[in-house]
Design a protein around this ligand. Structure first.
Ligand SMILES: Cc1ncc(COP(=O)(O)O)c(C=O)c1O
Length: 477
């Protein structure tokens, strides 16, 4: 062997690779009939910083960070080295009855950096899972079982979630999600959730401010919680940005109100920061952006009872999820009976390679002062987005830190969507891919959520191609 990282015979010819793929692979979130004609497969051989590199050498800008996972760039050498070192030492060990240094160090580190609210006992325990949906399942089950262990009768069997929210694809996660495309067919299988109006600022009408709309949504939530008092164990939400729901953003005042309401009703607050955690919205965690109590001069930020993290947790290298929990939650499972324990497990829970990647990623946050650098990058993104957003079919341009979204509508009036059959977003995607940018849309919403290492030239390319893609896709719509 020459030390090559792949068999060149497999990758030498992109077309051959595509043909073999379609004969053998069933792709996620894909209508397979659309391959290869409507959506050609991209044969990616390597990654380098913000670039994905096809087998023929063509470079494609990864503007969505490979499903929002990548933070510091593809094949980041320091993370790669940490994973390689770990692989030579301990690649996997059962986490029931055993522990390993990576699991301990990562748990300690996460508890140190987790959102904290003055006067509230901190998040103090870390439970590991191996993907985002599994992390959500863990949080939902923990909340439910805590009340069951306490012996509440009648049982609290419901969760409150938000309209247009998304929390993953497993049945529990789908039950608290509200995107019909993913949910509808499985509805008969799902546990009961109660949906509250979304605080989404795009829904504000008649000159109402984002904060005003968020306050109204919180008032509606208050009614809903009253109506279902005693039936609910937890509320789950994506703080600041409903990502899969179209990068819809809300005013952080909503987070403060939700925290207060969950306290009043004695239910757990689950913050799903799987997509927005680790700096995406400008702060390390989106929960930090909730306003403080100005009357008492208090610091801002809210602390959830359960915090779900995944995606960027490992810098985008390996699947891993964590659920951070309060001591009160943890104590509710301590008992002589095994049945009262939290008996959830996944084979790769707390995998050492994934923990090593996560620790290396967190070290980069410090050594490279990532959050400060992101503030500059986000300011550049804002300037470029203002130009792109001036197109008449862009009804709304919104930004939260390193996330920018463009809402395409028929009249640019924020109300009249394009006929879905036109698949305007898909047309934009096809145009952008041909120009070397992977701009995967959410319906007719285009967005930028790039690796944090994206440079000025790459940002310029991203903006130019997005503007072109919007022009081309809407020209004949
Ligand atoms: C907010 C949120 N929660 C949960 C998930 C599910 O994570 P995974 O795809 O790793 O199962 C996602 C995935 O996009 C997400 O955006």
């Amino acid at each position: 062997m020459t030390g090559q990282t792949h068999d060149p015979a497999i990758l030498a010819d992109g077309d051959d690779w595509r043909t073999r793929d379609l004969a053998a692979v069933w792709h996620p979130c894909t209508q397979m009939r659309e391959h290869p004609d409507i959506q050609p497969l991209l044969p990616i051989e390597r990654g380098e910083g913000a670039w994905l590199i096809e087998s023929g050498g063509r470079r494609i800008l990864d503007s969505g960070s490979s499903w929002w996972t990548n933070l510091h760039g593809h094949a980041e050498p320091r993370i790669a080295e940490a994973v390689a070192r770990q692989a030579r030492t301990l690649e996997q060990v059962i986490l029931a009855g055993c522990t390993h240094p990576g699991a301990v160090e990562l748990a300690e580190r996460l508890l140190t950096i987790a959102p904290r609210e003055p006067g509230r006992a901190p998040l103090s325990k870390v439970f590991y899972a191996d993907n985002g949906s599994a992390g959500v399942e863990v949080a939902l089950k923990m909340a439910f079982q805590w009340f069951a262990n306490r012996g509440d009768e009648p049982r609290r069997t419901k969760f409150v979630a938000l309209h247009n929210g998304y929390h993953g694809e497993t049945l529990g996660a789908l039950a608290v999600g509200d995107i019909p495309l993913y949910r509808r067919v499985y509805a008969p299988l799902l546990c009961e959730a109660v949906f509250a109006p979304s605080p989404d600022a795009y829904l504000a009408r008649d000159g109402q401010s984002a904060a005003g709309h968020a306050e109204d949504a919180a008032d509606a939530l208050a009614h809903l919680l009253d109506e279902h008092a005693g039936e609910i164990c937890a509320m789950i939400l994506e703080p600041r940005v409903q990502c899969a729901g179209g990068m819809r953003m809300h005013d952080p005042v909503y987070l403060k109100r939700v925290r207060e309401l969950c306290d009043v009703h004695g239910i757990f607050l689950i913050a799903d920061e799987i997509a927005v955690g680790f700096g995406r919205t400008g702060t390390l965690f989106a929960c930090e952006q909730a306003p403080g109590d100005t009357r008492s001069g208090g610091a801002g930020g809210i602390q959830p009872d359960l915090l779900c993290l995944s995606k960027g947790l490992t810098g985008g290298f390996l699947p891993l999820a964590t659920v951070l929990a309060t001591q009160v939650l943890y104590d509710g499972f301590l008992d002589a009976s095994r049945e009262r324990a939290f008996l959830h497990s996944h084979s790769y829970t707390g995998n050492p390679l994934a923990c090593a990647a996560a620790l290396a990623s967190l070290r980069i946050f410090e050594s490279d002062e990532v959050l400060a650098r992101n503030r500059d990058t986000a300011a550049k993104m804002a300037r470029l987005a203002a130009q792109v957003g001036s197109h008449r079919h862009v009804a709304d341009t919104r930004q939260a830190g390193m996330i920018v979204a463009f809402e395409l509508t028929r009249d640019g009036d924020r109300r009249t969507p394009f006929d879905p059959a036109l698949r305007v977003g898909l047309q934009a995607y096809r145009h952008a891919v041909a120009r070397g940018v992977l701009l995967r849309p959410l319906g007719d919403i285009l967005y930028w959520m790039p690796p944090y290492c994206i440079d000025d030239a790459q940002l310029q390319l991203l903006a130019e191609v997005t503007a072109e893609a919007i022009g081309s896709a809407t020209a004949c719509a």
